[in-house]
Design a protein around this ligand. Structure first.
Ligand SMILES: CC(C)(COP(=O)(O)OP(=O)(O)OC[C@H]1O[C@@H](n2cnc3c(N)ncnc32)[C@H](O)[C@@H]1OP(=O)(O)O)[C@@H](O)C(=O)NCCC(=O)NCCS
Length: 152
């Protein structure tokens, strides 16, 4: 079945809230509420420096991606550091996975950030999230830094 990628619209809010909640749940964040997810989605759609893309299949959103321009990490010392981008979230419904949608969403976000001036795009993956790491590698990302954490 054909899937199309398009910019998110105000009419997608309910679908985006459901996808964002599903993403949070899969990430093990039980504290995410519908109200908080709605606030997040509305804020993301209103951002002028952000991009929200949905994957639509048979009139239904089966995935989405969110990215934004971010403060330059590499050119902080410059007077006018060039903008960089960040992939914030990518989610594909379990039944739609493994067909290249995640990679296509990432490619769409990267192209949109590039059009807005970014020449570097960052992404963060939780340790152990092999599908996400594989998707980003397949989309052209390579490891830059590794953050370590210890509970004390
Ligand atoms: C990560 C996610 C978006 C991938 O979506 P997807 O549509 O299944 O990914 P794709 O089909 O585009 O796969 C892209 C690449 O990743 C690889 N990949 C995808 N899932 C994989 C898995 N479970 N194990 C290993 N590799 C995997 C694919 O083989 C493909 O590589 P290839 O092109 O070299 O074959 C999806 O698994 C998801 O929504 N996960 C939960 C949310 C999440 O973790 N999001 C990322 C953090 S915000």
């Amino acid at each position: 079945m054909e899937t199309t990628l398009r910019a998110a619209r105000p009419g997608d809010v309910a679908a985006l809230v459901a996808l964002f909640l599903a993403l949070r749940k899969e990430e093990g964040d039980a504290s995410a509420t519908e109200a908080a997810a709605r606030r997040h989605v509305l804020r993301a759609l209103a951002r002028t420096d952000g991009v929200v893309v949905v994957a639509e299949r048979a009139g239904r959103c089966v995935g989405y991606g969110e990215a934004a321009l971010a403060r330059s990490r590499s050119g902080r010392w410059l007077r006018r550091p060039p903008p960089e981008g960040a992939i914030c979230f990518v989610y594909v419904e379990p039944t739609a996975r493994g067909a290249g949608l995640g990679r296509a969403l990432v490619a769409h976000l990267v192209a949109a950030l590039r059009r807005r001036g970014a020449r570097v795009v960052h992404a963060t993956v939780r340790a152990g999230n092999d599908p996400s790491f594989a998707m980003l590698r397949a989309a052209g990302f390579s490891p830059a830094t590794i953050n370590l954490r210890m509970e004390v």
